[in-house]
Design a protein around this ligand. Sequence first.
Ligand SMILES: O=P(O)(O)OC[C@H]1O[C@H](O[C@H]2O[C@H](CO)[C@@H](O)[C@H](O)[C@H]2O)[C@H](O)[C@@H](O)[C@@H]1O
Length: 254
Amino acid sequence: MRSIFSPEGAVALRRTVETQALLVFDFDGTLAPIVDDPADAFTPTATAGLLLHLLGHFKIAVVSGRSTQDLAPRLGFSPTFVVGNHGAEGLGDAPSAGHLEAAAWLMARLAAHQPELDAAGVTLEDKRQSWTLHYRQAADHSRARQAIQRAIEPLDERLHAFGGKCCVNLVLASASTKGDAVEALVAQAGASGVLFMGDDVTDESVYRMSRPSWLTIHVGRTEHVTGASFYVDTQRDVASVLRRLVDLTHTLGH
Ligand SMILES: O=P(O)(O)OC[C@H]1O[C@H](O[C@H]2O[C@H](CO)[C@@H](O)[C@H](O)[C@H]2O)[C@H](O)[C@@H](O)[C@@H]1O
């Protein structure tokens, strides 16, 4: 991975503008800084202003692990496309087969383990098509992870679990991923290229599907192995990338 602020990164950003690529952003940790309480996450005003400006030149998508209903008031701008639930919601497809049964299985397991989960400081975010068990505010993260593990394992075969930032996510095993969603959006937008920025395990599905014409930028360098081509060091650098795109649209007259 190279810095997007390297000479190679400058070439890749220029190509993004020249080809009027589809701009795709993850939300938490990418457009919005990570905060203790998920309810407090919003796109900073300056970032939303840059995105609003870029909407005059590009189609923009936000592809998030949150539900689309939760996302809308947090964005600060109205993207061309919004996809939620890690790729499973917003592209017109009905919830995956077995959804109700899997949800019932999960709720029963969580109810059975409620006292232990509560004592460990684990909270549930129910997004209807996926579920997140949060432990950022738990006193002992290791204890919280163990409580989650005891509650969900052995996991129902209709579900898939994966880690995130101080959380465990559960999605339908048959559900579309963020990678599937970006592919579908490229077709829908008729775009020849993509710029994608993400920061989390769930964003790796996009990096894995990446084509030579896609520019993938990971926020952060050390948290986990990543297949992105470029990185920025912190979430604050996302606004700098957006500013460079705005400058390039002026320089290149797009
Ligand atoms: O795909 P994303 O848009 O990055 O969504 C991933 C999850 O983000 C949220 O949780 C994370 O951000 C919270 C706010 O900063 C933080 O408190 C939490 O520890 C993080 O895991 C969101 O609540 C989840 O639903 C998303 O799946």
